[in-house]
Design a protein around this ligand. Sequence first.
Ligand code: AP5
Ligand code: MG
Length: 193
Amino acid sequence: MLNIILFGAPGSGKGTQSAYISKEYGLHHLSTGEVLRAEIATGSALGKKIDALISKGNLVPDDMMLGVIENYIANLPKECKGTIFDGYPRTVAQAEAFTNLLKKYQMSALMIDLMVDEQLLIQRLVDRGKVSGRADDTLNTIRHRIAVYHTQTEPVAEYYLHQGNYFAINGNYSADDVFPQIKRIVDRFALNK
Ligand code: AP5
Ligand code: MG
């Protein structure tokens, strides 16, 4: 089973590259942001709590995210070739819990980190904000999301670097030019397994 953690700041291209990877390798795509936005769309009490956090650019609690991931992994169909985890783990506590969870199912994951310059991140998200309807795609919230990324999420890269299954790529190019870099890493990893 090939599990990929697609890591990177808001706007780094996690969702875009997940679509390319999923098509190329037939992997499932789990975007925790999409899962949370789907819950908000139901209008449930839980969705309202999540909305209050996401729309300000803050993370939802670790235990809630772990519940989502546990539920996902416990219900994976037998024929699943692997998953792209887009937006998880996002804190060191999530990374530690994820390692334990994968171990329980005798699975592992590699991390691919999409490195993109901050000005470009902001530009991409401001541009998307004109059409996306995402509550968190406004300039102030974009800036806050990036700050949250630096303080709470970036240390997760270090965690995977120490584990030896971390790969960084330059995500500043066009989406078509970023994907071949990912493909090289995934092909090499799959070959050595
Ligand atoms: P999430 O939905 O994951 O948002 P994000 O991390 O802020 O990232 P985005 O989805 O905005 O960007 P992306 O990296 O997917 O880039 P994309 O391909 O879309 O999370 C939202 C919120 O949910 C979080 O803030 C948090 O509150 C909560 N949450 C989620 N997971 C959580 C967790 N594990 N724990 C706690 N809370 C959690 O591209 C962006 C734009 O750029 C698009 O318009 C795209 O077309 C364009 N683009 C992409 N690639 C390129 C390229 N190479 N060149 C030019 N344009 C490009
Ligand atoms: Mg995304």
